[in-house]
Design a protein around this ligand. Sequence first.
Ligand code: DC
Length: 232
Amino acid sequence: MTERAGGGVPVVCIDGPSGSGKGTLARRVAEELGFYLLDSGALYRLTALAAVRRGVDLDDEAAVAEVAATMQPRFEPTGDGWTRTWLDGDHVTREIRAEEVGMNASRVAALPAVREALLALQRGFRQPPGLVADGRDMGSVVFPDAQLKIFLTASAEERARRRYKQLNDKGIGANLAALLNDIEARDEQDAQRAASPMVPADDAIVIDSTSLAIEEVTQQVLARARDCLQAE
Ligand code: DC
């Protein structure tokens, strides 16, 4: 085995835009492999929420980076694959999923000092027996030496439909056209930013999930993960 940052602890990266199904995929793959799970988007959401709560201007890069470095996030596995999320002692699992927090997260994620402040925190999740890391730049920036890098995509229309269904299932009213608009605006913001734009790593495997069931994608990724881990 080659020597790696992280002491050779295996990492499976799952990057892609929101609504591609990467959150579900990452959770299932982590569960099957018995690995830890990093939801890096939650860290950007927590940073945005903490900044708003502290009355910090979201365009003030140094102040938001200070929030990222000093906030106290806590992820508590519920034992059934889900996670309860805490910020500075408050339970915020639901709150950080709001559309507005997502938009604010996308804004603070464009600030290089914020990304830098969250880097060590993210790398700290790399613990034996292994990690599944879900995000936008897991394979390209945070874990460039990962054993397996997946980039999951789906058309914007399909992602809006999935989000619509997800919200409806939770009893939250939504407008499909508005969701599609939000998704396209967020994609644009995430892909065009100068700091770690959302692009597949050179060595990532790109999977388009537009017409695939999440179970199919999960089985494909698990097969690849087991191959890579055996080859170590
Ligand atoms: O995956 P998500 O929707 O929870 O992510 C929220 C925002 O955080 C998203 O707009 C982009 C940003 N993000 C990022 O820039 N880098 C990551 N590794 C994860 C998320």
